[in-house]
Unconditional design. Structure first.
Length: 427
């Protein structure tokens, strides 16, 4: 199934297209900037985790005062004396380096968790980017729609004003009553109110688009019309693309991997750790002992846990893993539903576009016929104004249908994970 729709540039002067606005938004939008900082924070956390492979360094210095010094009195016949063994004031200094030789994969798991968390942040960043792209696209289309509606009401104003002048001329010839002039004047005032309201809506749309892209409203007045080649494929294609491309689903899979790594960490708490330690200790506490500083080399093992706490923590992690798996399945179903909803909305918008296109052709013919009949005094002013109002509504409906069709198309691309800058929209 395919459907082609083209919008062509209205001006040869400088204008802003949608991809330019997308790039501006991704560069300057505050929410995107916040997500980038979040990714950066996870990157530095990964760097910190990799330091687990480096030796643990401990340095200390201590000055100690005790209430009195200790002495050793000897009375061994030939050897007699009173010796000071411990000072009442002394200093201690030490340096130690402990390298974990083997911990049954705990450190590796901690580093991998940090890597997975960074990958999740990047995936969520991609999701946020697509949200921004969609938001900008919808705001862009709303702005163009509002601008085109202004032109519709301007045409209506010209038509009603022409009818007003025509009724004045007929009144002066005595062909119509003054009520025709008054009726046309009232209609003209009504159209002017609609025109002002449309201009206000356009300014609001410009402000919203400026908020998203940080482009000035004045520059946004030079927006170009979208030029797209829209081809609608079957529903299964979009569902398949969504399940394959959506970063949100990939993030859930990363979370499942993290829970598996946590499970490995909890199991390692029951297993001994093997370490190598080099340390240097200096103290002048004993004035008669030399040397004051000694270097120690140690290889050892350690095991530390409280009761069977790691066992229950492991069970908790397993339950959490099952929970994330169920969340993944639910999210996949929600995404498929979102794609189907967007697909049905696009099909409806396509049909509405066809209907409004036909309705406009009928309204044009009806108005042209009514105008000719009025000039020949075959119908009243009221009937002519009704025909003109129907023509205006048909023009308005067609503009709205065109942009609603494009909005529905962008929503389907977003739901399917296909909304990308330079990604070949419509292909």
């Amino acid at each position: 199934m395919s459907f082609l729709i083209f919008f062509f540039l209205l001006s040869l002067s400088f204008s802003l297209d949608l991809e330019t606005l997308w790039k501006k938004a991704l560069e300057k939008n505050p929410s995107i900037a916040a997500f980038r900082r979040d990714v950066e924070a996870s990157f530095f956390q990964l760097k910190a985790s990799k330091n687990l492979y480096l030796p643990h360094v401990e340095i200390f210095y201590k000055f100690t005062y005790q209430n009195e010094e200790q002495r050793l009195k000897l009375d061994l016949g030939l050897i007699n004396g009173d010796f000071r063994t411990l000072k009442d004031r002394y200093q201690s200094f030490g340096v130690s380096l402990r390298e974990l030789l083997y911990d049954f994969g705990a450190r590796e798991s901690y580093v991998k968790i940090s890597q997975k968390l960074l990958e999740i942040k990047k995936l969520l960043y991609e999701e946020k980017k697509e949200d921004i792209l969609l938001e900008v696209a919808l705001a862009y289309l709303d702005t163009l729609s509002a601008k085109n509606l202004i032109e519709v009401y301007k045409k209506q104003k010209e038509a009603v004003k022409s009818q007003y002048e025509l009724s004045k001329a007929y009144y002066e010839k005595g062909l119509v009553a003054i009520t025709d002039i008054l009726e046309a004047r009232v209609k003209l005032s009504e159209v002017e109110r609609k025109l002002k309201r449309a201009q206000a809506n356009y300014r609001i749309s410009l402000s919203n688009l400026s908020r998203l892209t940080k482009v000035s409203e004045k520059d946004l007045e030079k927006l170009s019309q979208p030029k797209l080649n829209v081809r609608i494929k079957d529903l299964d294609f979009y569902i398949g693309e969504a399940l394959k491309r959506r970063s949100l689903l990939k993030a859930y899979l990363k979370r499942i991997e993290i829970e598996k790594l946590k499970e490995k960490i909890k199991l390692s708490l029951f297993l001994p750790k093997i370490f190598l330690e080099v340390s240097y200790l200096y103290t002048n506490q004993n004035p008669i002992v030399y040397p004051k500083g000694l270097t120690f080399f140690s290889v050892g093992t350690s095991l530390s846990f409280r009761g069977i706490q790691p066992y229950y923590e492991n069970l908790s992690v397993k339950a959490q893993k099952k929970k994330v798996l169920k969340e993944y399945e639910e999210m996949a179903d929600l995404i498929k539903l979102d794609v189907k909803r967007a697909y049905e909305e696009l099909k409806t918008a396509k049909e509405n576009l066809k209907v409004t296109s036909q309705a406009l052709e009928f309204a044009k013919k009806h108005y042209e016929l009514s105008l000719e009949q009025y000039r020949n005094q075959l119908i009243s002013q009221t009937q002519l104004l009704i025909a003109e109002a129907r023509l205006t509504e048909a023009r308005k409906a067609l503009i709205i249908s065109r942009y609603e069709f494009l909005k529905a198309y962008f929503k389907l691309l977003r739901a399917s994970g296909l909304l990308k800058i330079g990604g070949g929209l419509g292909k």
